[in-house]
Design a protein around this ligand. Sequence first.
Ligand code: GAP
Length: 455
Amino acid sequence: MAETNQMEKIVSFCKRRGFIFPTSEIYGGLANSYSYGPYGVELKNNIKKMWWKKFVQKRPDIVGMDGPILLNSKLWEASGHTTGFNDAMVDCKKCQKRFRADHLVKELTGEDMEGELERMTQVLQTGLKCPECGKSDWTEVKKMSQMFSTEMNGVEGLIYLRPETAGAIFSDYKNIVDSMRVKIPFGVAQIGKAFRNEIVARNFIFRIREFEQMEIEYFIEPEAEWEVMFEKWLDEQEEFALSIGAKKEDLKRYEHPKAKLSHYSRKTVDTEYNFPFGFGELFGLAHRGDFDLSQHSKFSGQKLDYFDQTNNKRYTPHVLEPTVGLDRLILTAICAGYTEEKLENGEERTVLKFPNAVAPIKIAVFPLMKNKPELVEKARGIFENLSEQWMCEFDDNGNVGKRYRRQDEIGTPYCVTVDFESLEDGAVTVRDRDTMRQERIQIAELESYFGNKLN
Ligand code: GAP
């Protein structure tokens, strides 16, 4: 199957099955913007919870925080975003289609010319054809800021929707050091929205303008053996990708060439996933030196250093920054789980083979027939009991085979059916999504049965 077909299939599947919808659709939509539907929001919350558990709950060296989207604009001056957070754009004069120039030049020539505006203009004007209309009539390549701006009552000048979550962590560094007994090395983690006025949003939720990031700023001693920590972070990022269902062979690392690194960065490595449209960045990991704390200290006039009691010295910590886009993780989980299977009886089924922790619905509960009140009542009781602990769905619509297929499609690992025998023997049929095997389990034992499987 062509790769684009696979992506189209996934996009329409996500809409049809309540995961992700084009947003504002009744008004004609809004340029590649999406809403998460009822199953999408569960999937999203599950991935956030898994990340928080792995990187905050289980880490004595990492604390969490939740900063605002709107921050003092000086912060973005200090970080260099107000002047330097630009992408290169070019328009086709014939069809008016807008492109991100470096992506276009790479697609047409194979060469990476990121940041070289003049050279990109020259190369495009050697007769390179617009992939949209086939003509060759280009504007000059120009810089375009990726910052979204707005105004706030009582505040002079523009303020910005944060382009990354990291800024809030640096601006609250001092509060965290003063209020928590953090000891270096320590990290601060945050999950939240970020906004970038991307020239071209594309590939479904891979590149969008309003997205969510999960970032950690990990503060280390300047002389620490950072290479070892860096490798460990790369492994942890990979582990997390595997835990949401990505296969190892679909992950690869890309180290940014030294010549392209910012002056303060010692090393940056992306972990890429093999999406249906090709490999694309999922995680980033950068050694940012003391750039951020030093800049914020300079622009705010506040001391942003650390007193190391163990070694009796004061210094500005260096930072390792592991980051990931939540929407890209969601796309990864869906692409990795999406499976079309031919069964032995010749039937076909679509299954989202999500790991249990990722699945939006953990257990579906069915009465065998909806017009038998004694079955419905028993099934309702089971639903009420199990939904105290897990996200469950009650379904009494259509035959049981069809209900199984619906749950397979949304990745529900277990289905429970209450039948006439249940009224006699107090047991129900539990069916496993992947093996499709069925077993009888006593209703009184369901909680511990699912506790073992799901917790
Ligand atoms: N604080 C560092 C930082 O923001 P980045 O590589 O620009 O680094 C981090 O972004 C992660 O955010 C990326 O690895 C990617 O997963 C995600 N991301 C970036 N731009 C995105 C976009 N337009 N849509 C969806 N996710 C995006």
